[in-house]
Design a protein around this ligand. Structure first.
Ligand code: NAD
Ligand code: MG
Length: 363
């Protein structure tokens, strides 16, 4: 097991990463304020891991009151109506302010449980047990919680930090390969934006990682969390540095929006977006052609797409990128690469290179 600490003053917490952590009730029970626990999970993850989690908790502390809330699986259910189901369970069970929510699942369950915890009786504790690679390296770290609104993704939410994150690498064995690859896109992102050593390490170990080697996964997750934790600790509420975590995401959001959410997984769109960011950085004179080839090779080895969907047009990209929330004052601000391992926020004053980059990728 590897551990790191996210430093946020009195909201600091530990992230433990390793094999079979879902059964480690002993890591959870010392953090409980009371004895009431609501486990929130979904119809896919629940049947595989719920019993192990419950048994570990009760073994560590027999007097726990454990309630369960099982939500339907999917981004489509990340909404207020299903948030209400969590609150209903808490209220029906008579849970008080010392209750703790445990989020057992991917980013959807984590974001919803966190927001439910932030609001219940003005805020109760919650603990993340992320079971996708994406949620282990991204959504469970940093305290952003929330749900979607019909008019926009993640439009309702709160910053609410968990008390603990347990990233169980064994749970990745049951994760579909395509979801593993999508999570790997975010791992590669950390290497590209802030850690050239991680990037080199990934280039060496990508096969083993994709085959599910738990020791390698532990290392990759720990280094990714460290990278995100460092940035979040400096900029908890996204005033500056935290924007660098959006490398590849402005292009990616354009792909997701145009193709319809669900066609392309988020990580797949981000992968193509990172390649575009690298190519644009080359056109601006910061990266070498050989750097772009390295990015392409690594993404391909992680079974990720490296070009945007052919059916998209330059105009569609520009339309979606212009409304991206990273925009301030009408200038298109993009996260680009100064070199491999260092990202920077750049204001594009003219669109020529961007258009050339998109034209060539779509051509
Ligand atoms: P997800 O939660 O939908 O999980 C993907 C799929 O894998 C689901 O079908 C799920 O049931 C299944 N699954 C999960 N764990 C499994 C396991 N161990 N074995 C088998 N199947 C398993 O998607 P995700 O990629 O984990 O997260 C995406 C969500 O995270 C989005 O809603 C996004 O907005 C959010 N997100 C939040 C942040 C943040 O900072 N809060 C950051 C990034 C993403
Ligand atoms: Mg992302």
């Amino acid at each position: 097991m590897q551990s790191l600490q996210l430093d946020l003053g009195d909201r600091s917490y530990a992230i433990h990463i390793g094999s079979k952590l879902i059964s480690r009730g002993d890591l959870i029970t010392p953090l409980l304020e009371g004895k009431q626990i609501l486990i929130v999970t979904n119809t896919t993850v629940g049947p595989i891991y719920l019993e192990t989690l419950k048994a570990g908790l009760l073994e560590s502390r027999a007097d726990l009151e454990i309630e369960i809330c099982i939500l339907p699986d999917g981004e489509a259910y990340k909404d207020i109506a299903h948030l209400e189901k969590i609150w209903n369970r808490l209220l029906e069970a008579g849970f008080n302010r010392k209750a703790t929510l445990l989020a057992l699942g991917g980013g959807v369950i984590g974001d919803m449980s966190g927001f439910a915890a932030a609001c219940y009786q003005r805020g109760v504790n919650f603990i993340q047990l992320p079971t996708t690679l994406l949620s282990q390296v991204d959504s469970s770290v940093g305290g952003k919680t929330g749900v979607n609104h019909p008019l926009g993704k993640n439009m309702l939410g709160a910053f609410w930090q968990p008390r603990l994150v347990l990233a169980d690498t064994s749970s990745l064995q049951t994760l579909p390969k395509r979801e593993l690859a999508a999570g790997m896109a975010e791992v590669i992102k950390y290497g590209l934006l802030g850690d050239s050593e991680l990037l080199l390490w990934l280039e060496t170990h990508i096969q083993g990682l994709m085959q599910g080697d738990e020791q390698l996964l532990t290392e990759a997750i720990a280094r990714s969390c460290q990278c995100k934790a460092t940035i979040v600790a400096e900029d908890e509420r996204e005033a500056g540095q935290r924007a660098l975590l959006n490398l590849g995401h402005t292009f990616g959001h354009a792909i997701e929006t145009e193709m319809g959410y669900g066609q392309w997984l988020h990580g797949e769109a981000v992968a193509a977006g990172m390649w575009l960011a690298a190519d644009l950085s080359r056109r601006l004179g910061w990266l070498e052609a050989s750097d772009c080839e390295r990015v392409e090779k690594l993404l391909k080895a992680a079974q990720l797409p490296v070009r945007p969907p052919k059916e998209m047009t330059v105009d569609q990209f520009l339309k979606h990128m212009a409304v991206d929330k990273k925009n301030i004052d009408g200038q298109l601000r993009l996260v680009l690469l100064e070199h491999l391992g260092k990202a920077k926020l750049h204001s594009l004053t003219e669109l020529e290179e961007l258009k050339a980059c998109l034209n060539s990728a779509l051509g």
